[in-house]
Design a protein around this ligand. Structure first.
Ligand SMILES: Nc1ncnc2c1ncn2[C@@H]1O[C@H](COP(=O)(O)OP(=O)(O)OP(=O)(O)O)[C@@H](O)[C@H]1O
Length: 818
């Protein structure tokens, strides 16, 4: 029993041990499965987190990208809208108050929109909020009274300021007599006159311009309005615009009609029917001074000053010691406006499109200056590079012998003779140096260069040198009392100055005529809003805020101007010389001093060592003649080149006559072109002694003589091969024996043939219609000189004195007037 029990116990124990072992194994397996599951869960969580952050980053990048594109697009659109707004509300209709001034409407252009505030759209810069009025709408405003009155003031100012004075009649019905808009000078209609006003507006009248009728209705007006008046008001609303009647109403209902623009104001934000759901941030009210200015403009002030009004009580009473000041016109209240030139501002830049009145302004200014400062105080150098003769009035003429005593020089029609402009600047440069050395600055010099871009635009040696000289004069001139006035109608010309800061910087006085561009600072819009015959005078290099608006008198009033010039002329001090006139279209006559008039020097009179043949007038300030010295040296011969026969004859005749006037000489005239025989014969007639040869007896071996002998050859190229050896021998050996050839060849090629390609014996030449490149063989530098032939101008080169050739004007000698 016991053993059975023991065996049973042992068996049970055995089973229990096995069961325990199995349970342990199951537990271990379960725990490992749990560990694995936890590991998997961690991995999944991590993957999920990475995925989330990647998604967030991608979302952020896309968001930024979309936002950027959105801003770009919005800015572009805003730019377009701003451009459109500027066009739709030009000048006074749209300018912010800080830049605001009344503007002249463009002729024939209907009135545009008016600005009342700005619209902000997301982060784009604010856009102007514009609403219609003249020719388009009545305005109905509701909201706080004070703000509404401010809005109305702004709108009225813009409507009045963007139309011509007198074109808008302003009527204000103001039953409470608050006097709003009084600075604008409206016609006020009081309580009790409402009905009469409506009747007046309802009458079809022939009317010029617009009537702007502001109805500031109080409760009583609304309550007491009769049915007839209501009907009348409705009719005006429907039909008024076509007749120029526009209502601006607060406190009364207007009927629903497409012409009624409804503006609802909360605080300083408004909504306007025509602008949809956009919020308009209202502009501040305009400064009262602007309203007064516009009101003065509506009621015409004193008439503008006339030229005579600028004259001082006493002529020449001023000293220029500290500068020059003279009025150029008056302001709207009739006070004269002085313009000064001194250490500051030292120089003036005048601009305005063609026809805007620059010439008129310059004449006015000069007239005003010359009446105040005598010739001891003021000297004028006047250059006009346009094709005009406006400065001629200051020089004597057949009709009027008077001239302006302060004028030293007047250059007219200088457009093609830029060399003359350069000569004047060189002269002023020398004057600057001389003054600095002598410490004697007076008289103050004012140099006017009208249409100066003609001189500076050339991209050539003249333009380079002129720019350098102008820069120097602009910088150092004021300390030596030299002032410059540059004027032009060319925007490109002014634009080019901006690229030369050293040149433009001292031009702090800017005078802008109507519609002038680039004369004032870019954000200074004054020139675009002033009317005809006005100017903006600005002494702060054109900065906004320093403008003076001047009404300019008409300097075309020749009677006044002539009378004044005569008085000045009669008062001129002894020794005052008449101004040098350079006229690009005039041909100078050979002065009598260079003609052998009167007694001819005797054959035994002393002969100068190198008589000078006068060839033409130099383009310089003192109109000196260009001379060719003919000494006893090889090469002292002259070739006149080109086909312009008349000018070639004039050059030869001037040379021969001037030589004859200097001492005993013998002349041999060789004329090989029948077409110029008449000119050659006239020369022979004027010369004291001359032989005549033509193709029948031409020869080139004149006998040696003690006095100089000149062979004046007309069309020498016609002599032909048989005569070439003798001609070459004469050219080669003549000068040392005092025999010189002054000959005309029609082309360089023919001269080359006559000289067998050896140009040395011709030491000097005058080229007429021969291009620079053709002159290369006669010129020391490769390619020939820069020369575009032009009528009555010649290029003179003497290799013994010139580094570069000079332009001369052949004198008129053989014309029928001589
Ligand atoms: N203040 C003024 N009052 C009356 N008429 C004027 C006034 N200013 C200019 N004018 C007239 O306007 C016209 C053009 O003037 P002006 O010749 O001075 O203009 P501009 O700018 O010099 O023109 P352009 O460059 O074409 O020569 C002229 O007939 C002139 O008489």
């Amino acid at each position: 029993m016991v053993s059975h029990r023991n065996a049973l116990v042992a068996a049970i124990r055995q089973e229990l041990a096995e069961a325990r072992g199995t349970a342990r194994a199951v537990l271990a397996a379960a725990e490992s499965a749990r560990g694995e599951a936890q590991q998997r869960r961690r991995l999944v969580r991590e993957a999920y987190a990475t995925c989330l952050s990647q998604l967030a980053a991608a979302r952020e990048t896309s968001r930024q990208d979309i936002q950027q594109r959105y801003h770009g697009e919005a800015n572009r659109l805003a730019g377009h809208l701003r451009g459109l707004a500027t066009m739709s509300a030009a000048g006074a209709a749209g300018a912010p108050w800080r830049l605001w001034a009344p503007s002249e409407p463009e002729p024939g252009r209907p009135p545009g929109l008016l600005r009342i505030g700005t619209i902000s759209f997301d982060e784009t810069a604010a856009l102007p909020a514009l609403i219609p009025l003249l020719d388009h709408a009545h305005l109905h405003l509701s909201g706080p009274t004070a703000t509404l009155d401010e809005v109305i003031t702004g709108l009225l100012l813009r409507a009045l300021g963007s139309t011509r004075p007198g074109d808008v009649e302003l009527i204000v019905y103001d039953p409470e007599q608050r006097g709003a808009f009084a600075p604008l000078g409206p016609r006020f209609v009081g309580p009790g006159e409402f009905g009469t006003l409506l009747e007046e507006l309802g009458r079809p009248e022939d009317q010029h311009g617009w009537r702007l009728v502001v109805l500031l209705a109080d409760r009583a007006t609304a309550d007491e309005m009769s049915r007839g008046q209501r009907a009348l008001l409705d009719r005006i609303t429907r039909a008024g615009i076509g007749r120029g009647v526009h209502l601006v109403v607060r406190g009364l209902e207007l009927p629903d009609h497409p012409a009624v623009e409804r503006i609802t104001v909360r605080e300083r934000v408004a909504s306007c029917a025509s602008l949809g759901r956009l919020d308009v941030h209202l502009d501040p009210p305009p400064p009262a001074a602007l309203c007064r200015e516009v009101a003065t403009r509506q009621t015409p002030g004193p008439p503008p000053a006339r030229l005579a009004d600028l004259e001082p009580a006493v002529l020449w009473a001023e000293t220029a010691r500290h500068g020059l000041a003279a009025p150029v016109g008056d302001s709207t209240d009739g006070t004269l406006v002085d313009v000064a030139l001194s250490d500051e501002p030292p120089h003036a830049l005048i601009g305005g499109p063609p026809g805007s009145g620059k010439t008129n302004l310059i004449h006015t200014w000069l007239g005003s200056l010359t009446a105040r400062y005598g010739p001891g105080e003021l000297a004028l150098y006047l250059l006009d590079f346009s094709d005009s003769a406006s400065f001629a009035r200051y020089t004597p003429s057949l009709r009027d012998p008077s001239w302006l005593p302060q004028a030293r020089l007047a250059g007219i029609n200088v457009a093609k003779d830029r060399e003359f402009g350069l000569a004047v600047l060189r002269h002023l440069g020398e004057e600057l140096r001389a003054r600095a050395a002598r410490y004697v600055p007076r008289p103050r010099i004012v140099a006017v260069l009208d249409e100066f871009p003609v001189l500076l635009d050339g991209r050539d040696g003249i333009a380079d040198e002129a720019t350098g000289l102008l820069e120097d004069l602009a910088r150092r001139g004021p300390s030596q009392e030299i002032h410059l006035i540059l004027a032009t109608g060319s925007v490109a010309g002014i634009q080019a100055l901006w690229g030369r800061p050293a040149l433009i910087a001292p031009f702090t006085l800017r005078i802008a005529l109507p519609k002038a561009r680039r004369v004032l600072a870019d954000d200074n819009l004054a020139a675009s809003v002033i009317p005809h015959h006005h100017a903006v005078v600005n002494t702060a290099s054109g900065l906004a805020g320093s403008n003076r608006i001047v009404r300019l008198p008409d300097a075309g009033d020749l009677t006044t101007w002539r009378a004044t010039q005569r008085r000045l002329w009669r008062s001129r001090p002894p020794g005052c010389e008449e101004p040098r006139l350079f006229d690009g279209t005039a041909v100078p006559r050979l002065p009598s001093a260079y003609r052998p008039s009167g007694r001819v020097p005797a054959a035994d009179a002393p002969v100068g060592s190198s008589p000078g043949a006068v060839l033409g007038e130099r383009i310089d300030v003192s109109a000196r003649p260009a001379r060719l010295r003919l000494g006893r040296m090889p090469g002292r011969n002259l070739a006149v080149l080109g086909t312009r026969a008349g000018e070639a004859c004039d050059v030869l005749a001037a040379a021969a006559l001037s030589l004859a006037a200097q001492g005993p000489a013998h002349f041999s005239i060789v004329c090989l072109e029948p077409g110029v025989e008449r000119a050659a014969a006239r020369l022979v007639a004027e010369l004291p002694a001359a032989d005549w040869y033509d193709s029948s007896d031409v020869h080139f071996d004149p006998p040696a003589s003690d006095i100089p002998r000149y062979v004046i050859g007309y069309a020498l190229d016609a002599a032909g091969p048989p005569h070439r050896p003798a001609l070459r021998a004469l050219l080669d050996n003549g000068p040392e024996r005092r025999t010189h050839v002054l000959g005309w060849w029609r082309t360089v090629a023919r001269l080359r043939e006559d000289l067998a390609g050896r140009f040395d014996p011709v030491g000097a030449w005058v080229a007429l219609d021969v291009h620079g490149s053709e002159l290369a063989p006669l010129y020391p530098l490769p390619g020939g000189p820069l020369w575009q032939p032009r009528p009555r101008r010649a290029l003179f080169f003497d290799r013994s004195v010139h580094r570069t050739p000079e332009v001369i004007i052949p004198y008129e000698v053989n014309s029928d007037h001589t």
